[in-house]
Design a binder for this molecule. Structure first.
Ligand SMILES: [Zn+2]
Length: 273
């Protein structure tokens, strides 16, 4: 429990109950690299006290260009990324309750059922599909962030930096509905698996995406903006520094998802055939 009087006075506009809601909320963060490390840092500043964290990796020197909270010494000691996240959180709230797993979340997903909100900070479409499947089954809001750098066809810009923030709410349009996930891009990714090499990642783009994602989470929890979107799909363009609603949302006809029917919620059941 937070003891410092007035510590959160500058965010009291979020509502009378907001800080209590934030303190009681359990938040899951899957992936504690470039995007996840920003996310955890911000959540701990805001006052979240209950975390379930997953990342199987250790800190390497090549991560230091973007891994918030990591040090040269962490890379030397091959520190697990979950330990860096724990240090950041506990540095701000020593009594925070943290369940952290140096593992892929799919290997022991049960703790994640307790989450009130899940952040996915992962690299692939396949992982996003798995997280959304899980979140929908247990009716948990899922917020996805990701970025990529690609070679641009525009001669003036050799590279294009793009990213997204997606809020997938139970019952609302999903990542398939908005065509972010499709059989085509999942198949393309599977056929290229292992060929991509090191994915370009930079700290400032991850910061924009994580900040936007955290902002959506606070709105979902506190309702301070008095709007409750059933879907958010923000498109980030790093070359011109903009983040705006994706154009696909304008053409989105469905407001309810048909990919995750109600009978597929809760633990999977088995029928005798
Ligand atoms: Zn859907």
């Amino acid at each position: 429990m937070i003891m410092s009087v007035g510590r959160y006075s500058r965010q009291s506009f979020l509502g009378k109950e907001a800080q209590s809601i934030i303190e009681k909320c359990t938040v899951g963060v899957l992936g504690l690299g470039g995007g996840g490390s920003h996310t955890v840092q911000q959540l701990s500043h805001i006052g979240f006290e209950n975390y379930i964290l997953f990342d199987p990796d250790i800190v390497k020197h090549v991560n230091l260009n973007r891994l918030v909270g990591a040090t040269e010494n962490d890379a030397k000691k091959r520190m697990p990324k979950i330990n860096v996240a724990r240090r950041v959180i506990l540095g701000l709230e020593h009594s925070a309750h943290i369940e952290s797993y140096k593992a892929k979340w799919q290997t022991r997903s049960a703790p994640l059922r307790a989450c009130d909100i899940i952040f996915g900070c992962v690299d692939t479409f396949a992982q996003r599909r798995e997280i959304e499947d899980f979140a929908r089954r247990y009716l948990i809001p899922y917020i996805d962030i990701g970025m990529d750098v690609h070679e641009s066809k525009d001669r003036d810009n050799c590279f294009g930096m793009a990213g997204q923030v997606i809020v997938s709410m139970p019952g609302g349009p999903c990542m398939r509905c908005i065509n972010f996930l499709s059989e085509a891009n999942l198949a393309r990714e599977a056929s290229n698996y292992g060929a991509a090499g090191g994915r370009p990642q930079v700290v400032w783009a991850n910061g924009v995406l994580a900040s936007t994602a955290v902002g959506f989470a606070i709105d979902i929890l506190t309702g301070w903006t008095k709007t409750s979107p059933v879907i958010a799909y923000m498109s980030y363009r790093g070359n011109d520094g903009t983040i705006i609603p994706h154009v696909r949302l304008e053409h989105l006809k469905v407001r309810k998802c048909t990919h995750f029917p109600l009978e597929q919620t809760g633990d999977p059941g088995y029928r005798r055939l």
